[in-house]
Design a protein around this ligand. Structure first.
Ligand code: TXA
Ligand code: MG
Length: 325
């Protein structure tokens, strides 16, 4: 789905005027502002209710512009950009002077990516500069994968919403820090560890999810309102039915091998067998179970390879301890 040229022009005008535009990418919807406008960047944090120390991603229309935004591009960064852009990969590099510290949460590094979505690319091209954008959800909540989700999350806090239909990938970009000796995955996402290894010719380091490296890597994140509990796949049905009997309104992310099993629960979302389809649907399932009034979601982790690594990471975060920070 592509947006009308008139809407793209309007959205670029809103960015130029210091406003906020929500726009589709192949991963999730982003909440964008002119990356070079500190006041506009500050509005993103307000709209999301996000702590200002939590760094944002700068979106560019083309890899050709990368050198304008960073100090230098190491060989691994160049290689990964060449292979995966436009696409669901974010590179962490040393911050160039064009990037205000507001956008990096005060860090001397900056996260950059070129998204692979016709509407995002049309907006970035019409605007001409960099667009700093986090996912277009309230802080800590489930990321939006449709324009409708954005309206539900942010309402009037956003000046304009570009509708590009549902996001194809469905989980956020893979973030790779290329400032050190060994490229390091800070967040698994749409580009798999296996894809990265094939291009790098060696395995990237994988940041443990238990280590809070930047404030953004908070244990509870990507979380629906309902509490999420993770159990072994073969225990999902029994755990769900027990909790339902105990008086919970239970939502179930039902593993593919149990699709035909009847479950006595409040709501059931059957999980697709393909990891591509699961990633695409994950946030929609969590939103749907919330909307159906579930107070507890019982789920299991997929095998942590390919896109399963990103899905498992999001489910673990959704099940993480809730804090109000
Ligand atoms: O797919 C995506 O990446 C989406 C779309 C909209 O592009 N964006 C997204 O942004 O997920 P956000 O703000 O929800 O997550 C960006 C994460 C932050 O949580 C932070 O951990 C990490 O990127 N990050 C940003 N700048 C960083 C930096 N300089 N060093 C380390 N991590 C950084
Ligand atoms: Mg986010």
């Amino acid at each position: 789905m592509t947006a009308k040229p008139r809407d793209i022009e309007k959205a670029a005008g809103v960015l130029r005027a210091g406003g906020l535009v929500a726009f589709p990418t192949e991963t999730v919807y982003g909440l964008g502002a002119n990356a070079e406008d500190s006041a506009a960047v500050a509005r993103i944090f307000q709209a999301k209710g996000r702590p200002p120390s939590h760094p944002l991603i700068v979106h560019l229309g083309s890899a050709e512009h990368l050198a304008d935004w960073v100090q230098d591009v190491p060989e691994t960064g160049r290689l990964l950009a060449e292979h995966f852009w436009p696409g669901p990969l974010t590179l962490v590099l040393r911050r160039g002077p064009r990037v205000p510290l507001e956008a990096t949460g005060g860090l001397e590094t900056v996260a950059v990516r070129v998204p692979d979505h016709p509407v995002a690319l049309a907006l970035l091209s019409a605007f001409g500069g960099g667009v700093t954008a986090p996912s277009a959800n309230r802080f800590g909540q489930v990321s939006p994968t449709t324009a409708h989700d954005v309206h539900m999350e942010l309402g009037d806090a956003v000046d304009f919403v570009l509708d590009g239909g549902p996001c194809e990938v469905g989980v956020e970009s893979t973030i790779v820090d290329v400032t050190g000796e060994t490229p390091s995955i800070l967040r698994p996402g749409g580009v798999t560890r296996e894809d990265l290894e094939a291009v790098l010719g060696r395995p990237p380091a994988v940041q443990s999810t238990s280590v809070v490296r930047v404030p953004g890597q908070h244990p509870s994140h990507y979380a629906p309102r309902a509490r999420v509990v993770l159990v072994e796949p073969e225990k999902v049905v029994a755990e769900a039915e027990l909790a339902q009997e105990l008086g919970h309104r239970v939502g179930v992310l039902l593993p593919p091998s149990f699709t035909d099993t009847p479950v006595k629960a409040h709501a059931v979302a059957p999980v697709p067998g393909s990891m591509v389809a699961y990633a695409r649907g994950l946030y929609g399932f969590l939103r749907e179970l919330d909307q159906r009034g579930c107070d507890l979601i019982v789920a299991s982790l997929p095998v942590e390879e390919g896109l399963g690594l990103a899905i498992a990471n999001r489910l673990r975060r959704a099940a993480g301890p809730r804090t109000t920070a």
